[in-house]
Design a protein around this ligand. Sequence first.
Ligand SMILES: Cc1cc2nc3c(=O)[nH]c(=O)nc-3n(C[C@H](O)[C@H](O)[C@H](O)COP(=O)(O)O)c2cc1C
Length: 211
Amino acid sequence: MSKKIVAVNAGPRKGWNTDMLINEAIKGAKSAGAEVEKFNLFRLERYTGCISCFGCKKEKFKGHCICRDGLTPVLDAIRESDGVIIGSPNYLGDMTASFRALYERLIFQNLTYKAGTPCCNQRRISVLLIMTSNAPDTAYMGLLQNYQNVFNRFVGPTKIFVSGNTLQLKDYSKTDWEWSIFNPEQKKLRHETVFPKECKKVYNLGVELVL
Ligand SMILES: Cc1cc2nc3c(=O)[nH]c(=O)nc-3n(C[C@H](O)[C@H](O)[C@H](O)COP(=O)(O)O)c2cc1C
């Protein structure tokens, strides 16, 4: 039976850096025989982060967020999956607010307050976490490692992939505001030379998620 992979775009821009990398990972997963379901967090019905109802701590609901909203189908699909691809741009030094909403709900439902068994997810689910940023690849390693540790602990074995110094705009000269802290030529060059290699790497990570 083919493996089920859930892909989640936690960024708003369809077809841009984060989405492109997620799509490459999806292609990789599909090439290895997986079925992939993709969600765009910015296109869902209304949702929130964890509302601290503690419903998921009740014995009969454990491992299940009982809050019903736009994120419910995503959480349900992840619970049934064999692997997850989650991508987010870096916004103000962290993942997006949409990523954080999913993260809170996904992790907290699997977390218990029982000494000795802090995690109640019944199956380990592999995770590929992708982040893109204006800052160079190394700038947010601490942040990413922190997410990696938490995903490792409460979801399953997690790999991280970062694409820094991204091209944020096709033509930086066509806006009526300044982008003078950036070097558009250098960004364009990176997008044309380095980004395609990153796409290949992330494709392979998509393959590895399934094998
Ligand atoms: C609201 C906002 C905040 C941002 N904050 C940061 C930041 O703190 N650090 C950074 O490196 N890039 C920051 N960026 C840039 C994006 O992370 C970067 O351009 C990313 O690759 C965009 O992904 P996308 O092309 O998929 O939309 C910010 C962008 C926006 C719109």
